[in-house]
Design a protein. Structure first.
Length: 306
């Protein structure tokens, strides 16, 4: 947890690793360790588990905690570790966040509570309660309205950033790019903002963003990390080339509901023992396979570098 005391150093490509399952649906911790090692070897600047790509809502609290502990041990302070610890229930969120803190997480990524559709005032109190419970743990808000049915307003983010010393950043997963700009304008660029929308990761850097927590790093981690590094080095043409080169792989992720297509690819590559996804999701369909194969061919150059 060497990055916990200086969260401003948590930047770049933070890989939101999928949660592998065996063919009969149990946690596959051996494959999970292998995925984390691959991310580290490929140059990812940080690792996350338990975000939307990790199917957290289909897991028990105990399973989520076991996955967090497994990843923390594998990362072993090599890069920042930002596990997703949020739930629709406050008690579960507090329990998972406490376990992440104790496992050595550098920050907790806490999703807005889903389904209930709380008001902005309710969201403010939700995050202020969590921040107060863990004063020494950096808290990163996770705003993903397409999955939660609630959008955290820029003004609410600014209130939290002002009032809670340990609210240090936000993962914005909205296609409204104006929203990104308003958050940074209200909070200042000291707020760490990561894009959870794959094709907005590079544009966010131009606004002063901290990086991206991009599902496509499950397929091409080296290319995603290099895109950030190229931009930071002032090599904007290389960064743009990588951005556009990643387009087919981004499209691949969403041929069907994420993470089913990515799990299919990783299973085909031998990185996963099984492509199993838990219900209510289904594995990649027979109809989806040729579309995924075609997009793999289009993005092959970046895959080969990973």
């Amino acid at each position: 947890m060497k990055f916990r005391s200086d969260p401003a150093t948590i930047r770049g490509s933070i890989a939101p690793v999928i949660t592998p399952f065996t063919a009969d649906g149990a946690l596959d911790l051996a494959s999970l360790r292998g995925l984390v090692r691959w991310q580290l070897e490929s140059g990812s600047h940080g690792v996350s588990i338990g975000g939307s790509t990790g199917e957290p809502s289909a897991q028990t609290v105990a399973e989520r905690i076991e996955a967090i502990r497994t990843v923390a041990a594998e990362v072993d302070d090599a890069v920042p570790f930002l596990p997703g610890t949020g739930s629709a229930k406050l008690d579960e969120t507090l329990e998972i966040t406490a376990a992440a803190r104790d496992a050595g997480a550098d920050a907790a990524l806490v999703i807005t509570p889903y389904y209930a559709r709380p008001t902005q005032e309710a969201l403010y109190h939700w995050y202020r309660t969590i921040a107060a419970e863990f004063p020494d743990l950096p808290i990163v808000i996770y705003n993903v309205p397409s999955r939660t049915a609630v959008d955290l307003a820029p003004e609410t983010v600014a209130r939290l950033f002002t009032d809670c010393d340990n609210v240090v950043g936000i993962k914005e997963t909205t296609k409204d790019f104006e929203h990104f700009s308003r958050v940074l304008h209200l909070c200042g660029r000291e707020l760490l903002v990561w894009s959870g929308i794959e094709l907005l990761g590079l544009p966010l850097l131009a606004l002063g963003g901290a990086g991206f927590i991009s599902a496509v790093s499950n397929l091409a981690p080296q290319a995603v990390a290099r895109m950030y590094e190229a931009w930071e080095a002032g090599d904007h043409e290389t960064a743009r080339d990588l951005h556009y080169g990643l387009h087919p792989l981004v499209d691949l992720l969403f041929v069907e509901t994420n993470p089913a297509p990515a799990k299919w690819v990783l299973h085909q590559q031998g990185r996963l023992a099984s492509a199993h996804v838990r219900t209510p999701l289904l594995p990649l369909s027979d109809e989806g396979v040729p579309r995924v194969r075609a997009l793999l061919d289009q993005g092959a150059a970046l895959l080969e570098r990973s």
